[in-house]
Design a protein around this ligand. Structure first.
Ligand code: SF4
Ligand code: SF4
Ligand code: SF4
Length: 424
């Protein structure tokens, strides 16, 4: 990018909104121990963290931009709510020419990324601010500058981390999600990340359902084997694993510790069942199953499969990245395109209305159904995703996403989302 955002620590309220909307995960906050600043580059910016959950005396907060990966889309500056009272137009982040900053900021980013991520049990992930302190495992994708789809995917990885399994329909999200040999789906410090796979356009819901059923089968098998080995493994560890419902980060982390200990013990048990359990022990940890695709998949080409998956009552989460056109192929109309909208194949305006996919999903009577638009209401989008994942049955979230195919300057994408919601 020719211009990149520059942070003003004196103005920033540390709300996290800028990172929430960044399509490329190129601006990030961290809270860390002051001792780590001993090795910081000379011009590394930091300030005291705001919020009662942090230690102001011993911890620091930094908002850092990856200047080599920022696309200059301006969305972060547009969404920043803090403006100087004495300097009209000056916000807590402001776009500046990259060239004079580049060398310094590359050094700063390298140092920033070496800092540890915050303990996941310390933040409230149900707030925009808290969720944005969680490490993203979807970053620097090849999506268009300002893309409205990628922030939702980034948010999923922050909330559900390396427990995620993603079945991705063909479309923009499979292209920017899998332009191999690179991939934006990344790993954490332990080398773990979301598992991701792409099937066809027409069968992605069934593909995801199959993965879910196979995962459940392996989990049942692991539980049965663990019960058989109760005596050798030990009563306490067996019960701790079987009774842990992993309803919060503390329980999720404890389950991983227990399964790691289980695998250590299994290596010393001279029974065939121990070897079998070792192979499937990781399925004793709860997986977060996501079936992802665009409106071309969900409303049109993959709809019958999606309808079938909803009817099964299985505990899967479906995320529809709804740009209201076939984005990847250049903006052709889909059944999600609104009446009157000009898209390819309906250049004079679509003559029929947008299909109400949410009402069709509601008709099943067993699904969690929601529509979100992070540009219109970020808190609603965040809480809806958390509720959908927690719902013990099928959930479908239709996430309105601005897109380059809509024909406006992408820096106004979030405003367009708000207008889309206000106009129904
Ligand atoms: S300008 Fe765009 S890509 Fe760069 S940090 Fe801001 S939101 Fe992210
Ligand atoms: S949106 Fe503005 S105030 Fe909020 S964290 Fe980003 S720079 Fe700071
Ligand atoms: S075409 Fe639209 S949905 Fe696809 S990457 Fe570009 S902005 Fe995102």
């Amino acid at each position: 990018a020719e211009q990149v955002p520059v942070w003003d620590p004196g103005l920033c309220s540390q709300c996290g909104k800028c990172f929430f909307v960044c399509p490329h995960a190129a601006i990030r906050p961290k809270v860390y121990n002051n001792d780590l600043l001993a090795d910081a580059p000379d011009f590394f910016k930091h300030t005291a963290p705001i919020g009662k959950e942090f230690f102001k005396e011993t911890e620091s907060y930094t908002l850092q931009v990856a200047v080599e990966d920022c696309t200059g889309c301006n969305l972060c500056v547009e969404v920043c709510p803090i403006e100087s009272k004495t300097q009209p137009g000056h916000k807590a982040i402001n776009m500046q020419d990259v060239m004079p900053l580049k060398e310094t900021e590359i050094n700063n980013w390298d140092f920033f990324i070496s800092l540890p991520d915050i303990d996941r049990t310390r933040v409230n992930r149900a707030t925009v601010k808290g969720s944005q302190l969680l490490e993203p495992l979807f970053e620097f994708s090849g999506a268009c500058s300002g893309c409205g789809e990628t922030p939702y995917l980034k948010l999923l990885t922050q909330l559900f981390g390396d427990r995620m399994i993603v079945a991705n329909a063909t479309g923009c999200s499979s292209i920017f999600g899998g332009n191999l040999p690179t991939t934006p789906w990344s790993t954490n410090a332990e080398g773990h990340g979301p598992a991701w796979a792409n099937s066809l356009f027409e069968d992605n819901a069934e593909f995801g359902l199959g993965i879910k059923l196979a995962t459940d089968m392996k989990r049942s098998y692991a539980i049965a084997l663990l019960k058989q080995l109760r005596e050798e493994v030990g009563e306490n560890l067996t019960e701790s694993i079987l009774k842990n419902v992993e309803s919060n980060e503390t329980e999720i982390i404890q389950q991983r510790i227990n399964v790691t200990e289980l695998k250590r013990i299994l290596q010393h048990i001279d029974k065939a069942e121990a070897g079998l359990l070792y192979q499937v022990a990781e399925f004793l940890e709860h997986k977060s199953m996501w079936i992802v695709g665009g409106d071309g998949w969900a409303y049109d080409i993959g709809f019958s499969g999606l309808d079938h998956v909803l009817s099964t009552g299985e505990n899967v989460n479906i995320l529809v990245l709804d740009t209201e056109v076939y984005s990847n192929t250049g903006g052709q109309k889909s059944k999600s395109t609104s009446i009157g909208a000009s898209a390819k194949f309906s250049i004079k305006g679509k003559t029929t209305g947008k299909k109400d996919l949410a009402m069709q999903a509601i008709a099943h009577g067993n699904a969690f159904v929601a529509e979100i638009a992070m540009g219109a209401n970020d808190v609603h989008a965040l809480k809806t995703i958390l509720e959908a994942e927690a719902y013990p049955g099928p959930s479908i979230i239709i996430a309105y996403s601005h897109c380059i195919a809509h024909g406006y300057d992408m820096c106004h994408g979030l405003d367009q989302q708000e207008l889309a919601v206000k106009t129904g």
